[in-house]
Design a protein around this ligand. Structure first.
Ligand SMILES: NC(=O)c1ccc[n+]([C@@H]2O[C@H](COP(=O)([O-])OP(=O)(O)OC[C@H]3O[C@@H](n4cnc5c(N)ncnc54)[C@H](OP(=O)(O)O)[C@@H]3O)[C@@H](O)[C@H]2O)c1
Length: 230
């Protein structure tokens, strides 16, 4: 059975990705930092007869990631797909010249170092897959082409750096397809009710990369199933 770990899968784009991949026959590991929300999400997915297991995982805490890999190994001996979806957009992330170091560090810890940490820790389990894939959920806010916008500078920098992590991981894990995705502006707690995309649309390229995308597509930044400039 194919296995997938999705971080921050208790709600939003992560939950929708988990639901869709479970429906396609994956054993889905529902990563969540909040145990009750994570368990509830895994139970809701499993109700349809799919295989979903809650995995407590705070991507900003090294010990939590190590513990999660140990827990994962009790259920499965390999990981086929890692979706680094967990992300934060902090209040007060508004003006580059006045935001605090603390806000920037917290944002980088979760959005940039978190995905690298999870990929590094689960790399031995990914190595046991015949066609491993890592999908980093990034953002157009991190795209350098066209120049920056003034919106959410710490978040934007963290996603630019996440794209750097994707590019580096694609070299460090040559057997693995490693890509970044822009999901679009999606109606979630982060995106808000006025966003242009549904969660189904937001999860589409992520699900495609987890399942049908060519294995030799790696080191790219994608939107709507197509590579876009960094
Ligand atoms: N929505 C958009 O318009 C949009 C656009 C571009 C990119 N994205 C990206 O898409 C991804 C998913 O966002 P979303 O819109 O679905 O947001 P969301 O509804 O706010 O969900 C974010 C998820 O990340 C989890 N999370 C945050 N920090 C975490 C940590 N340290 N460890 C583990 N989990 C953590 C949250 O857990 P809790 O429930 O415990 O907070 C939640 O499950 C993010 O990476 C985001 O940057 C979103």
């Amino acid at each position: 059975m194919k296995t997938v770990l999705i971080t921050g899968a208790n709600k939003g784009i992560g939950y929708e990705t988990a639901r869709r991949l479970a429906a396609q026959g994956f054993h889905v590991f529902v990563g969540a930092r909040n145990a009750s929300a994570g368990r509830k999400a895994a139970e809701a997915i499993a109700k349809s007869g799919a295989k979903a297991t809650f995995l407590q995982l705070d991507v900003s805490e090294p010990e939590s990631v190590i513990a999660a890999a140990g827990e994962f190994a009790k259920f499965a001996d390999h990981l086929d797909v890692l979706v680094n979806n967990a992300g934060i957009l902090l209040d007060r992330d508004s003006v580059l010249l006045t935001i605090s170091d603390d806000l920037i560090q917290k944002t980088l810890e979760t959005n940039t170092l978190g995905p690298l940490r999870v990929a590094r820790t689960f790399a031995p389990l990914l190595a046991k897959s015949s066609a491993p894939r890592v999908i980093n959920v990034s953002s157009l806010a991190g795209q350098l082409t066209g120049g920056a916008h003034a919106w959410a500078p710490a978040y934007s920098i963290s996603k630019t750096a996440l794209n750097g992590v994707t590019s580096q991981l694609a070299v460090a894990l040559p057997k693995c397809a490693v890509n970044s995705v822009s999901p679009g502006w999606v109606r979630t707690e982060m995106g808000g009710a006025g966003a242009t995309h549904s969660v189904e649309e937001g999860a589409d390229t992520i699900v495609w990369l987890a399942t049908d995308a060519p294995q030799n597509l790696t080191g790219s930044f994608l939107r709507d199933r197509e590579p876009i400039p960094w």
